[in-house]
Write a protein that binds this ligand. Structure first.
Ligand code: C2O
Ligand code: CU
Length: 433
């Protein structure tokens, strides 16, 4: 579906507020049916799935080094499991049914407990029938604060998502639509930003944590009304902050911005008919005592340095899809000729090995490839190591090299985060012994 003003309903003036919790996390995360005002206030509520009564679920916010312990209680009516996206934790807590744990049947529960190793912007989402359960709302923000957070007036979480709505205001069913699977995935006909704060003062310094929670849509974003820098990608601080431009977010990617407010903050996407506003933070007064220090880099998260000569050099070829010869079934997509998880992993690493992996996209669609349990460097055109990411966008018929130190033991999923592609075969796994 082409995104234009007509296919989107008009947004209401009221910003959708994300539920928040203070510096305390709930003991239970209960997945259950909820109804949510996804559409503008004048439209009906939508039957969704949520956590502790809302979708998105509560923001889980901890300090670096604290332990997140929650009992996941599944009342959704179908099997589920919770994945903590991007955070480098114990394999047993990774939340992947069939690889790291059993499916949590409806009525069942599972205790997740892990220390939060790295500060940054993460999120949690269902990893069972994710193309359906994430679309239906089973996700929330996971924020790990620095020991010494940068000085800002407001720390604001922004989740961008799209939904495919029926005229009744309910989600279109048909989550297993193989036409969607074989193409770009399930694109919504309504999109918006869900923002944790309604207003700011002119002159406030803010941190914006952008998270793309869509199951398939790549959001090219523009954030107006601020003057600042991108300070982190996928939770990992940049050694040198970069200008706030060309914000292209594949599903699951995150961008952290620190900026000073110059005007109402407007988050838009370009369409054929001009910018479309996903959400806005309005101005309410002027900060008469603004923070005037320069915006500087966040402390870089220590990660293992890749060895100059990789221990393994691998190629992962992305294949299939419409125009790629496959249109139906759970093998529409493949990686190196294999659809879905095989008994043997795509690769096995001794703990601490460096691998250079060339991702070759032979298909007619872009893919956002996500590695669990690790961050990797995107290799820049000049061969230098780019930023650390956990999800990388590989464009149509392009290739991308990544360098990763596989230092987190366990069995880790490696898959497309266009979740319908994952459902239809585009996933594999690696083992770190
Ligand atoms: Cu965001 Cu395999 O997950
Ligand atoms: Cu894909």
């Amino acid at each position: 579906m082409i995104l234009n003003r007509r296919t989107f309903l008009a947004t209401s003036a009221a910003t959708v507020l994300l539920p928040r919790v203070a510096m305390a996390t709930p003991a239970t995360l209960r997945a259950e049916p909820v109804s949510a005002q996804i559409l503008p206030d004048t439209e009906p509520m939508t039957q969704m799935l949520g956590l502790n009564g809302s979708t998105p679920g509560p923001e889980l916010r901890l300090r670096q080094g604290e332990t997140l312990s929650v009992m996941f209680e599944n009342q959704t009516g179908q099997g589920s499991a919770m994945h903590w996206h991007g955070i480098r934790i114990d394999n047993a807590m990774d939340g992947v049914p069939g690889l790291t744990q059993d499916l949590v049947e409806t009525g069942g529960q599972f205790d997740y407990s892990f220390v939060t190793p790295d500060p940054g912007t993460y999120w949690y989402h269902s990893h069972a029938r994710s193309w359906e359960q994430v679309e239906r709302g089973l996700y929330g923000p996971l924020i790990v604060e620095e020991t010494n957070p940068p000085q800002v007036d407001h720390d604001i979480t922004v989740m961008v998502d799209d939904w495919r709505m029926e005229p009744s205001g309910q989600l279109a069913g048909d989550f297993d639509n193989s036409h969607d699977f074989a193409h770009g995935g399930r694109m919504g006909n309504f999109a918006r930003a869900m923002i944790s704060q309604v207003s700011v003062r002119q002159g406030d310094r803010i941190r914006i944590r952008l998270i793309n929670t869509a199951t398939a849509r790549i959001f090219p974003l523009n954030v107006a009304g601020i003057d600042g820098m991108i300070v982190a990608l996928d939770g990992m601080p940049l050694a040198s902050p970069i200008p706030v431009e060309n914000l292209v977010m594949a599903p699951a990617q995150r961008i952290d911005i620190i900026a000073d407010v110059t005007d109402a903050v407007s988050i838009t996407i370009p369409t054929g008919e001009g910018p479309y506003e996903l959400g806005r933070i309005t101005l309410d007064g002027v900060n008469s005592n603004p923070i005037e220090t320069a915006i500087t880099a966040l402390p870089v998260t220590p990660t293992a340095m890749p060895t100059p000569n990789p221990d393994q050099t691998l190629t992962l070829t992305l294949q299939g899809g419409a125009m790629g010869g496959r249109h139906a079934g759970d093998d529409i997509w493949a990686l190196n000729g294999q659809s879905n998880l095989t008994d043997d992993p795509f690769a096995s690493f001794a703990r601490g090995q460096t691998a250079r992996i060339t991702l070759v996209n032979e298909t007619s669609f872009p893919h956002g490839i996500h590695l669990h349990g690790h961050h990797f460097h995107e290799v820049a055109a000049d061969g230098s190591f780019g930023p650390l990411r956990d999800t990388t966008l590989v464009d149509v018929r392009q290739s991308r090299d990544i360098i990763c130190v596989f230092d987190n033991p366990g069995q880790w999923l490696f898959h497309c985060h266009m979740l319908g592609h994952q459902a239809a075969g585009m996933k594999t796994w690696v083992e770190v012994a």
